[in-house]
Design a protein around this ligand. Structure first.
Ligand code: SF4
Length: 412
């Protein structure tokens, strides 16, 4: 069996996934040409449900920039943003996206025949993930002279307190007033509650999808997750996302029931901490497959689980969901979280991606790896790279290090 090359297990729902993602982009593109429809940009863990309640078509530039990374065009365009004063050291989603725009490039043209990214009526951020999103949106705000508003979140939070929630919920209410002016209508609370309810359901299903990784063998890999998380990011708050995850879950649950492995002959199970390396998803997925090692879980894919959402308390529960998020928390909370994940998913080791341009989502720079290894006995490996800028990633070095790491696991 060791000699036979393992096969990549394909997900049948991928066909539907492609269709709904295409529809998402085409629908927004259409809206930009219809004066009666409104478009808002939103950060990936921003207040999407509120925007939907006002009837905005919601576009997520991080998703767009991840596509630039996936098609390996980021390094071609980052230098244009650098030349405009945006450092090569800051978020390469920001620099790849802004640089591409400056040069009139978008991968949406080749994928869907869409000429350019949608010009919004408003740009809405939440700094819960990092400051870069605010700077990113402000660039477009100046470029197009459109309003930019958002929520400034507390960071490095240990216990989430009543004061944190009240403050964020208050900011969300202020944001709603600002959006009323842009939309020219008042907030429809029923629609708001419905959007929160749909988002909550999407989140519950997405969590169940990811938890098929608990099974032995795992029904899903981290690399599958980075693709199929698309609807949880850009379509949460819609029935489309719910229908999709019900379908995907059924397929993966059947794998669990029949003990069908995502990675044929699964020998080892790993946890991925940090951003994906978008331009190398396929290469890494193939390498782990050949090593018969399944990356069964990740902090990244889990970041779109917002179980705190509650339609009965839309403002407060949104404040809670978007503040209890991993990325906003202190290192102690993060360490406890990863330790719990390692245990629940029964992993043999942890891979940390030190993403050069994303300190916010890199958690191995302050001793987390050794601390956690000492705590749970699971070895760890740090890979230096980046989410989008492949000039920061040495493929050969990473490949060798991963091989050596798995070899180390094999030796017990
Ligand atoms: S969290 Fe990281 S990748 Fe995401 S927008 Fe912020 S700096 Fe960029």
């Amino acid at each position: 069996m060791e000699d036979k090359k393992p096969e990549q297990k394909k997900i049948a729902a991928a066909k539907t996934f492609k269709k709904i993602m295409a529809d998402h982009f085409l629908q927004i593109d259409e809206a930009t040409r219809d004066p009666k429809r409104l478009v808002a940009w939103c950060t990936s863990v921003g207040p999407a449900e509120l925007l939907q309640a006002f009837g905005f078509e919601v576009y997520y530039p991080e998703n767009h920039s991840a596509i630039i990374g996936t098609v390996r065009k980021a390094a071609d365009y980052i230098p244009y943003a650098n030349a405009a004063g945006y450092s090569p050291d800051i978020c390469s989603y920001l620099t790849a996206d802004v640089g591409s725009y400056m040069q009139g490039y978008t991968p949406l043209t080749k994928a869907y025949g869409i000429e350019s990214i949608p010009k919004p009526d408003v740009l809405v951020y939440n700094t819960n993930q990092c400051r870069d999103v605010q700077d990113w949106f402000m660039w477009y705000s100046r470029e197009w002279n459109v309003p930019c508003m958002g929520v400034e979140t507390h960071r490095n939070i240990g216990e989430v307190s009543r004061e944190h929630i009240d403050s964020i919920s208050g900011q969300l209410k202020n944001l709603a007033s600002g959006l009323e002016e842009v939309a020219g209508r008042s907030l429809d609370m029923d629609r708001f509650r419905e959007s929160v309810r749909l988002s909550q359901r999407c989140s519950q299903l997405w969590e169940k999808v990811l938890r098929t990784g608990v099974a032995r063998p795992s029904a899903i890999t981290f690399f599958d997750g980075t693709i199929h998380m698309g609807p949880a990011v850009v379509l949460r708050g819609t029935q489309t996302a719910i229908d999709y995850y019900e379908m995907l879950l059924e397929e993966l649950q059947a794998r669990v029931d029949q003990k069908v492995a995502a990675v044929e002959g699964e020998r080892f199970r790993l946890y991925w901490e940090g951003m994906p390396i978008w331009g190398k998803i396929r290469a890494l997925s193939e390498q782990f497959l050949e090593l018969r090692t399944c990356v069964v879980a990740s902090t990244y894919c889990n970041s779109w689980i917002f179980n705190q959402l509650d339609p009965d308390e839309p403002f407060e529960s949104m404040a809670r969901a978007y503040t209890e998020l991993f990325i906003v928390r202190s290192d102690k909370v993060k360490e406890d979280y990863i330790a719990r994940m390692c245990e629940e998913f029964g992993v043999d080791g942890v891979i940390y991606h030190d993403a050069k341009t994303c300190p916010a989502n890199t958690n191995c720079r302050y001793g987390m790896g050794p601390r956690l290894t000492e705590r749970n006995g699971k070895p760890h490996l740090v890979i230096n790279g980046d989410l989008n800028d492949l000039r920061c990633y040495s493929e050969e070095q990473a490949k060798t290090n991963i091989e050596a790491f798995v070899e180390q696991l094999a030796q017990g």
